[in-house]
Design a protein around this ligand. Structure first.
Ligand SMILES: Cc1cc2nc3c(=O)[nH]c(=O)nc-3n(C[C@H](O)[C@H](O)[C@H](O)COP(=O)(O)O)c2cc1C
Length: 241
């Protein structure tokens, strides 16, 4: 009986200690989230749609805007659309370009490896339950970062998938992209609270007439993802100072 009471007392004390620790963590976390004189960071988004300025690009713009709102003076954002770029995935395996064949990937390397870039958001349409071949070619070519001392390591990563179906494979697609990003030692986050799932799933329904911003739950998720990437990226950048 006594030992039971003692154990209960211990658990009560331990519970209070955990709660106090959590409260102090929350307050220091809140402090870390406050816009401050923290060093400026950049968040880049890569759009893997072959169609420039369409639904995936729109969703990513909303996502980046939410990221910027975390600290408008301290966070720079840039959307890079792969549409129209020539990215030869086979080069990742050492297959040389054909004579005269163009390749735009090298122009992306300095942008992505810039130390100021603390977060990268990958967006892709869902093609048969997975990312587009353009997005995959881009990610395959990112092997150069892995081979160069993991230049993308510890950058925060989030994923947006846009599908024409309400349940068209967005989550599968997000996981497929994340599986690649894990191999780069990136820090992968999902959409933040209150949605808090694996990433932003967006529905480009025919009923929206091409305006994906009409997908309200999808827009909530992309905003939460942008905010979450920005908040974690800022904390990591501050800790690395
Ligand atoms: C080849 C192809 C395959 C597709 N497969 C799927 C699919 O499996 N699931 C889905 O929800 N939508 C699918 N879609 C629809 C696109 O994901 C959807 O239209 C998306 O919004 C296109 O993005 P974008 O507007 O940025 O190009 C497919 C489209 C194409 C062209």
């Amino acid at each position: 009986m006594e030992s039971d009471l003692t154990r209960r007392r211990f658990l009560g004390t331990a519970g209070a200690a955990v709660a106090a620790a959590a409260a102090s963590q929350t307050s220091s976390a809140e402090a870390a989230d406050k816009p401050s004189a923290a060093k400026p960071i950049k968040i880049i988004s890569i759009c893997g749609s072959p169609r420039k300025g369409k639904s995936t690009a729109t969703a990513l713009q909303v996502c980046l805007e939410a990221a910027k709102q975390v600290d408008p003076d301290g966070i720079e954002t840039e959307l890079i659309e792969l549409a129209g770029m020539k990215i030869n995935g086979s080069l990742a395996a050492g297959i040389p370009l054909e004579p005269g064949e163009e390749d735009d990937f090298p122009s992306l390397v300095p942008k992505l490896s810039d130390p100021k870039v603390a977060g990268i958001i990958i967006g892709t349409p869902v093609y048969f339950g997975d990312m587009t071949s353009l997005c995959k070619a881009f990610l395959d070519r990112c092997i150069v970062f892995r081979k160069n001392n993991f230049a993308l390591a510890n950058k925060v990563a989030g994923v947006v998938a846009v599908g024409g179906g309400r349940n068209g494979g967005q989550e599968l697609t997000i996981q497929s992209v994340q599986a690649v990003l894990f191999c780069q030692e990136m820090i992968i986050v999902g959409d933040g609270r209150p949605t808090a799932h694996r990433g932003a799933t967006v529905w480009n329904s025919k009923a929206f007439d091409g305006d994906v911003t009409k997908d309200e739950p999808g827009m909530d998720a992309v905003k939460n993802l942008g905010r979450r990437v920005a908040e974690v990226a800022r904390r990591i950048a501050s800790a690395a100072n």
